[in-house]
Design a protein around this ligand. Structure first.
Ligand SMILES: [Zn+2]
Length: 279
């Protein structure tokens, strides 16, 4: 890991596993990639965000569309698409997770990115490919973006929903890291979990990166991070002390009402395939 994949600038080592580009602020880790996700208690937030994403997609289209979700996990997004009568294909890289999804839903395929074999039967199939908290777990992102062009149709779009390094939660965790409290920062990278984050973008450097790889941004917004309730369970999965968890979940309750005016923690971008690469 030496050069920034966005601006070619030399990376600087931030801690034992994170590298930073001082030019565009892009962050990359050398944590070991893996499958699966294990965050509890965020179902309410995720479902509300999925509803927002679907509403936005519907507002952009006046025809029936086909969506592919990369890494469908527990299937929440598939469920929301089913409610909205959208043709959705779910996918998973991991065989066990795939088997679980297949029991619940009709259209599930095994797919890991970047593709190691060609997937000709999927060529020109999808109007949208969506990544819900998945993009930041992938290796070889330039290759991934290029490969997706073949399975997107001519007007095809990608939707990225991922955490931001400009968000308040990230900034606070980074401050704590600097004074020696590293567990919140490590948790944001999902260090030590089965599928840690390999990259951390902000809204600006993500736009630069995706645009550089043959896509044009057509929408940029953010999603909410904190729900009114169930914060205790989220915290308790990291911090075992119940008193501290109750104390912090009270602040998160307040934060829920303030987050509209604070730096946004979740990026929500939509890009259209252009076939033109600026390189
Ligand atoms: Zn950079």
């Amino acid at each position: 890991m030496n050069k920034c994949i966005i601006c070619d600038n030399q990376f600087q080592k931030l801690n034992e596993y994170v590298y930073k580009c001082n030019q565009c602020k892009f962050l990359m880790s050398d944590l070991k990639p893996g499958f699966g996700r294990e965050i509890e208690g965020i179902s309410e937030v995720r479902k509300n965000n999925f509803k927002r994403i679907i509403k936005k997609i519907k507002s952009l289209e006046n025809k029936d569309i086909k969506i592919l979700e990369i890494g469908s996990g527990n299937g929440f997004f598939i469920e929301e698409c089913n409610i909205a009568h959208i043709d959705i294909t779910g996918s998973e890289a991991d065989a066990d997770q795939l088997a679980l999804l297949k029991k619940k839903y009709n259209k599930i395929i095994q797919l890991s990115l970047p593709f190691d074999v060609s997937v000709n039967d999927l060529n020109n199939t999808f109007d949208y490919i969506i990544f819900n908290d998945v993009f930041e777990h992938l290796e070889s992102l330039e290759l991934v973006l290029n490969q997706l062009k073949s399975i997107l149709n001519d007007e095809g779009k990608i939707v990225l929903n991922l955490p931001s390094s400009d968000g308040l939660i990230f900034k606070i965790s980074n401050l704590l890291r600097k004074i020696g409290i590293t567990n919140f920062y490590d948790r944001l990278w999902q260090k030590g979990l089965s599928s840690p984050h390999l990259s951390y973008f902000n809204s600006d450097n993500l736009k630069k990166f995706v645009s550089k790889n043959g896509y044009e941004q057509i929408y940029a917004s953010s999603l909410i991070t904190v729900s009114r309730n169930k914060n205790f369970e989220r915290l308790n999965s990291t911090i075992k002390n119940k008193f501290i968890c109750h104390f912090l979940s009270f602040f998160l309750f307040l934060f829920y009402y303030f987050q509209k005016i604070l730096p946004k923690d979740i990026i929500f971008h939509i890009y259209k395939k252009t076939n033109i690469s600026s390189d």
